[in-house]
Design a protein around this ligand. Structure first.
Ligand code: GDP
Length: 305
C-alpha cells in the first residue's frame, strides 16, 4: 500500500534539494507533481484539488523557518496536510458512561466487518474489556456461523438470533435483525459485558433496503460508535460508498480494511476527507492480530518515508 505514491513523492522532493530558495515556479512544479502522484494513486479529484491548493498556499506563504531548508519545509507541509486528510488526531473509541459501550459495524458485504468484529473484540479484551458480539447479519448464508467461529477464536461470547438453533437454522437464519440487535444489547447489559459489538448485514453494492435496515438498527440500539468498514482495495468507488453510508447511518468512524493489499491507497486517503469522519482503525490481514489503532501522523510519515 502507498509504495508507488511514496516513491513518487520522495522523488519530487529530491528535485528540490540544494535549492536556496523556492520560486513560485518551483512551488508550482512541485505541486503539479504531487497532484499527479495523488491522482495516479486513485485519490478522489476533489480531495486532490483541496490538498494541492492548501500545500501551494502554505508553501508560498510566509512560513519561513530558519531551521528548515526549502525542501524540508515542503515535506513538512505535505506531511501535516496528509495527516489532516487522514483525520487529524488519533481518535479513540468513546466509551459509554453507564452500561455497555455499543459499537455497530456497517459496510458492504466482503468489506471485512465480521473479521473486524473478531479483531476488535480480541484487542478490547487485551485492554481489559469484556466484549460480546451480536450477529445481526441474517442476510448472508453462514454469516452467523462465521461470527461464531470468529468469536470462538477471540474467546468472546456471540449472541446469535436463535439460541439453541440447529446448524441449518443458523446457516439460513430468519427473523428481524432489529429485534436481534435490541435483544443482543439487552443480553450484554444483563451479563455485564462492558462493550457490545453489533455486526450488520452488507450487500455487494449500496442498496436502499440494506441501508434502511442499518438505519433502523442504529435507531433501536443508539450506539456510541458506528464504524464504517471499507475495503481499501475498492479504489474510486470508495468515495461514493462512504458518502452513501454516511448519509444512511451517519457513521462516527472509519475502519480501513485490507491495508495489507497492493492497492494504490486512494480510498484510504479520500474517505476521511470527503466525509469529515476520522479513520480509527486499520485492518492489515486475515489474522485476528492483523489490526492496529490508526494514527494519522504515523501514516503520513510512513507515506513520506
Ligand atoms: P464482511 O462481509 O464485511 O463481514 O467481510 P468478512 O469479514 O467476511 O471478510 C471478507 C473477506 O476478506 C474474508 O475472506 C476475510 O478473510 C478477508 N479480510 C478481511 N479483512 C482483511 C484484511 O485486513 N486483509 C486481508 N488480506 N483480508 C481480509
Amino acid at each position: 500500500m502507498f509504495n508507488s505514491l511514496s516513491d513518487r513523492l520522495t522523488a519530487t522532493f529530491k528535485n528540490l534539494r540544494g535549492k536556496g530558495r523556492l520560486t513560485e515556479a518551483d512551488v508550482d512544479a512541485t505541486v503539479r507533481e504531487i497532484r499527479r502522484a495523488l491522482l495516479d494513486a486513485d485519490v478522489a479529484v476533489p480531495v486532490v484539488r483541496e490538498f494541492t491548493s492548501r500545500v501551494r498556499e502554505r508553501a508560498l506563504g510566509a512560513e519561513v523557518s530558519a531551521a528548515l531548508n526549502p525542501s524540508q519545509q515542503i515535506v513538512k507541509i505535505v506531511n501535516e496536510e496528509l495527516k489532516e486528510i487522514l483525520g487529524g488526531e488519533t481518535r479513540r473509541i468513546r466509551l459509554a458512561k453507564n452500561g455497555p459501550t455499543i459499537i455497530m459495524l456497517a459496510g458492504l458485504q466482503g468489506a471485512g466487518k465480521t473479521t473486524l468484529a473478531g479483531k476488535l473484540s480480541k484487542w478490547l479484551k487485551s485492554q481489559g474489556h469484556s466484549p460480546m458480539l451480536v450477529a445481526c447479519d441474517l442476510q448472508r448464508p453462514n454469516a452467523v456461523t462465521q461470527l461464531q467461529v470468529v468469536g470462538q477464536r477471540a474467546n468472546v461470547p456471540v449472541f446469535a438470533p436463535h439460541p439453541g438453533a440447529t446448524s441449518t437454522e443458523l446457516e439460513h437464519p430468519a427473523g428481524d435483525p432489529v429485534a436481534v440487535a435490541r435483544a443482543g444489547v439487552e443480553e450484554a447489559r444483563q451479563k455485564l459485558h462492558d462493550v457490545v459489538i453489533v455486526d450488520t448485514a452488507g450487500r455487494l453494492g449500496v442498496d436502499a433496503d440494506m441501508m434502511e435496515q442499518a438505519r433502523q438498527i442504529r435507531r433501536a440500539i443508539v450506539p456510541n460508535e458506528v464504524l464504517f468498514v471499507i475495503d481499501s482495495m475498492i479504489g474510486q468507488d470508495a468515495v461514493n460508498t462512504a458518502l452513501a453510508f454516511d448519509e444512511g447511518v451517519n457513521f462516527t468512524g472509519i475502519v480501513l480494511s485490507k491495508l495489507d493489499g497492493d492497492a494504490r491507497g486512494g480510498a484510504a486517503l479520500s474517505v476521511s476527507s470527503v466525509t469529515g469522519k476520522p479513520v480509527m482503525f486499520a485492518s492489515t490481514g486475515e489474522g485476528l492480530d492483523d489490526f492496529e489503532l490508526f494514527h494519522p501522523d504515523r501514516m503520513a510519515s510512513r507515506i513520506l518515508d
